[in-house]
Design a protein around this ligand. Structure first.
Ligand code: BG6
Length: 281
């Protein structure tokens, strides 16, 4: 079954499209320019993930820590969330979504939980995902806000803010340490320890994307490059130079453990500045 059309919210400077399916922020344009990347080959089908925008990955990342979980990246991105509140003003629009264990009991069997997801768009994009353990048994989960950013040409982009960070290279399976800025010269799939403030400098589009995260122990950097893009049916063969995922997460050994009554949040903020402006970071 195909998806209903996304909700469109508008502010003075921006337009965003958000699907209730997955509480998936699909597009965000600032002054007419796309900041999030979307694939022209994405499927729009219930039960399948969208390719682009911001998938919410929960309660596992990829195949999970056990390596055998399906669907990849968990059930939240292929579940219908409830819109609890929607406010639009010329300065900003805010959508508040919720998903509970009543709707998706198979996500973490035997547990009770509520996910709330606040999406704010205006001059910047702000996301806040909170997981609350509403039951009487503890549980743990992985999470990622899997943000696909539009870039002019990923081969010319540099990513600062991860210098010195340890990372798992998922392409080679090895642990490495980042030296200097991250550049993308081949398939890149890395789980960095650390988050905070990241700057994506894009000389082709003449802008910097300032990303800041809170509550995320990991930053995932992903570009599939040539062969992997060609192998994915929902990703155009020639689309890979135009995107770079900078994801905020708590994955692998940084999975979150929540006691009954406890809550944990991850925040992600993205801002666009011209290349000539100081970053402030
Ligand atoms: C990234 C993972 O976050 O998502 C990659 O690190 C994965 O390993 C990519 O290939 C895309 O995942 P999916 O399930 O949307 O194809």
């Amino acid at each position: 079954m195909s998806l209903d059309a996304p909700r469109e919210v508008r502010t003075a400077r921006s337009v965003a499209e958000v699907y209730d399916y997955g509480a998936h922020v699909w597009s965000w344009r600032l002054d007419g320019q796309p900041v999030l990347w979307t694939s022209g080959s994405s499927r729009y089908e219930r039960g399948k993930p969208l390719r682009g925008g911001i998938p919410v990955c929960w309660p596992w990342f990829g195949p999970g820590r056990s390596g055998d979980k399906t669907p990849a990246h968990g059930l939240a991105r292929v579940s219908s969330w409830t819109l609890k509140d929607l406010r639009e003003t010329p300065d900003g629009a805010r959508l508040a979504y919720q998903l509970t264990s009543r709707g998706v009991p198979e996500a973490l069997p035997g547990t009770d939980w509520t996910l709330t997801y606040d999406v704010s768009v205006g001059e910047d994009l702000e996301l806040a995902l909170t997981v609350t353990n509403t039951g009487s048994v503890p549980f743990s989960y992985e999470l990622a806000l899997h943000t696909y950013l539009t870039v002019g040409d990923v081969r010319q982009v540099s990513v600062s803010g991860l210098d010195g960070a340890s990372y798992l290279d998922k392409v080679t399976g090895r642990r490495e340490r980042q030296e200097g800025d991250v550049t993308v010269t081949q398939e890149t799939d890395r789980v960095y320890d650390g988050g905070g403030e990241i700057v994506v400098t894009d000389p082709v589009l003449g802008r910097r994307l300032l990303v800041s995260t809170e509550g995320a122990a990991n930053t995932v950097v992903w570009n599939p490059w040539v062969a992997k893009a060609a192998a994915m049916s929902d990703f155009g063969d020639d689309e890979w130079p135009g995107m770079l995922c900078i994801e905020a997460g708590n994955v692998l050994e940084h999975a979150v453990h929540l006691s009954p009554g406890a809550a944990a949040s991850v925040r992600y903020r993205a801002e666009v500045v011209p290349l000539s402006a100081p970053t402030g970071y």
